[in-house]
Design a protein around this ligand. Structure first.
Ligand code: ZN
Ligand code: ZN
Ligand code: ZN
Length: 189
């Protein structure tokens, strides 16, 4: 129950095994394809060079720029390196690719699936790596939380066992007392 043998992206249903990543997403363990991992973690990577940020290692404020419409964060230097049409504006008016390009999808292969004939460009490879890193970060985080919970549960289990033993001891004591009283009353006859 619960575990489906069938592997597919939980968001878009893609079945391409090469681009699927195991991760915790919205409190559930499952698979997301590369495009959906990137699309749903806009604050975790630069959408231009596909460097992944650790939670604690966002670029410093003077070297980063946030998308005006979503939580996407890009390197300021990457934004400046874009072709001139959009970079003439100041750093305050950045729109990430998802928010500025109609019908944009990350990891955009023809047909959406890696096949023998497809060439994985350097850009696509970077996106695949970025998604894999984001997925692994989510698993590490979940593992840390699970460890904490496991310790808590272990302590609770010890306490519960102790309480159970105390209850058993009490019952045993009462039974013994009862038996003593029985034998006393019968010997008095
Ligand atoms: Zn997907
Ligand atoms: Zn960048
Ligand atoms: Zn955006």
């Amino acid at each position: 129950m619960g575990i489906t043998k069938h592997r597919e992206c939980r968001v878009c249903g893609s079945e391409d095994p090469i681009t699927l990543h195991n991760l915790w997403y919205r409190g559930m363990y499952g698979q997301l394809c590369t495009a959906c991992v990137l699309a749903h973690h806009p604050a975790s990577f630069c959408p231009i060079c596909f460097d992944v940020y650790d939670d604690t290692k966002l670029p410093p404020p003077h070297l980063r720029v946030m998308c005006l419409r979503c939580p996407s964060v890009a390197h300021l230097s990457c934004v400046y390196s874009l072709p001139s049409s959009s970079s003439s504006s100041s750093s305050t008016s950045f729109h990430c690719p998802q928010c500025s390009i109609p019908n944009f999808t990350f990891f955009n292969l023809n047909g959406g699936i890696i096949q023998k004939g497809n060439v994985i460009t350097k850009d696509l490879a970077k996106q695949l790596v970025a998604a894999a890193k984001i997925a692994s970060m989510s698993l590490h985080k979940a593992a840390a939380i699970a460890r904490e919970n496991a310790e808590k549960r272990a302590t609770e289990a010890v306490m519960a066992r102790k309480r159970a033993k105390e209850a058993l001891d009490k019952v045993a004591f009462l039974m013994l007392k009862e038996a003593e009283e029985d034998s006393r009353s019968s010997s008095n006859l």
